[in-house]
Design a protein around this ligand. Structure first.
Ligand SMILES: NC(=O)C1=CN([C@@H]2O[C@H](COP(=O)(O)OP(=O)(O)OC[C@H]3O[C@@H](n4cnc5c(N)ncnc54)[C@H](O)[C@@H]3O)[C@@H](O)[C@H]2O)C=CC1
Ligand SMILES: Nc1nc(=O)c2c([nH]1)NC[C@@H]1CN(c3ccc(C(=O)N[C@@H](CCC(=O)O)C(=O)O)cc3)CN21
Length: 308
């Protein structure tokens, strides 16, 4: 008979997880309602005492102002440091320097430096690309101000890279340019993160490689995104979510169970921290933070910035 572990895993994770930093990624909301709800989300998530919030940008750089506005709001709401996702795409070198000055003046100290993606008609539309790859952007930001710079890493290889080893060498170039840590593309199989960490170490990378955990609030949507982003989707996840679309509560509890298992396995594979792609929700990422020994519960009695 196949046996499940008899270990009290939750108790152990509550103890070991408490030593690891967590961070939460959000995207700029598309409506006023979504904006108010993000303020509430951030106030709740701040309860887990995250190292930072990060605010995404569109791959072509066109959401820069919205990203910055959201970052300012979250910083004002929560007193948690905010990390800006910033792309080389959509900017000239002069614009990058000027924008770096502005971020620095605004008190932003954390940047995720990305190449971004050029739209197919970028040349025709005259969309600039300050640096061909993210390493150039890292060097430019570091030369301008003493930012804490993160970069993206791909445990299952970036879709454009010829091989995983070539991709890891490109990651190394980003560290050589001054990056402080990498935040990994989400994976659904923690083992691929573990293997990636070992392989990166063999390439001489000694900086933190923080795994990303995506909250599958809407499995079909997340699945579509994963396929596009080059993350493999195990059959067992399709099986777990099969048929729960019409059962929202069961879908959420199932999502929680998958996140919980993923966090536990990533910690077992040596994760130095956990970065949650929250999809602008708070229940599952906050519960996951709680299960990492965060003793969440300070929210009651707190005013949130949207509740003026
Ligand atoms: N918005 C977000 O939160 C996130 C977005 N992304 C997206 O992923 C895309 C890629 O961005 P990055 O990973 O920053 O790009 P990158 O420049 O680090 O890598 C992109 C591709 O170019 C290759 N490459 C990198 N440096 C190279 C070099 N010096 N010489 C030759 N080849 C090199 C890599 O192997 C990879 O295939 C962007 O579209 C970004 O928007 C990825 C993670 C998070
Ligand atoms: N290549 C890549 N680009 C990214 O922007 C990105 C990553 N990877 N990895 C980590 C996070 C995860 N991000 C995500 C994840 C899912 C959706 C998503 O569900 N998109 C929907 C549309 C959402 C909407 O516009 O409301 C989709 O169907 O693609 C978006 C950004 C942003 N980040």
């Amino acid at each position: 008979m196949a046996a499940l572990t008899t270990e009290p895993v939750l108790a152990e994770m509550f103890r070991t997880g408490a030593k690891l930093p967590v961070s939460f990624e959000v995207f700029p909301p598309k409506s006023e309602n979504a904006r108010a709800s993000l303020h509430y989300t951030a106030t709740r998530l701040a309860d887990a005492d995250p190292g930072f919030f990060s605010v995404t940008s569109s791959p072509d750089g066109s959401s820069r102002e919205r990203t910055l506005a959201v970052a300012r709001e979250l910083a004002a709401c929560t007193e948690t440091p905010v990390k800006i996702h910033f792309t080389a795409s959509g900017h000239t070198r002069e614009q990058i320097d000027a924008h770096a000055d502005r971020m620095w003046a605004d008190g932003i100290r954390h940047v995720l430096a990305l190449r971004g993606d050029r739209p197919a008609d970028a040349d025709r539309r005259g969309i600039p690309q300050a640096y061909e790859h993210a390493d150039g952007l890292v060097a430019a930001l570091k030369a301008r101000h003493d930012f804490d710079v993160s970069v993206a890493a791909y445990p299952e290889k970036h879709p454009e890279a010829p091989s995983l080893d070539a991709d890891i060498e490109h990651l190394k170039a980003k560290f050589d340019a001054g990056a402080d840590r990498a935040i990994c593309q989400f994976v659904f199989d923690a083992e691929s993160y573990g293997r990636f960490r070992e392989r990166a170490e063999r390439h001489g990378i000694d900086k933190p490689l923080v795994p990303g955990v995506i909250v599958p609030t809407n499995w079909r949507r997340i699945r579509r995104f994963a396929v596009k982003a080059g993350a493999s989707v195990p059959d067992w996840l399709d099986e777990l979510f099969d048929g729960v679309e019409d059962e929202p509560e069961i879908a959420q509890l199932t999502a929680m169970a998958t996140v919980q298992q993923q966090v536990r396995r990533l910690i077992a594979y040596g994760a130095p921290a956990i970065h949650f792609y929250t999809m602008n929700t708070w229940q599952i990422p906050l519960a996951a933070g709680h299960l990492m020994g965060r003793h969440v519960g300070d929210f009651l009695g707190k005013t949130w910035c949207g509740a003026a």
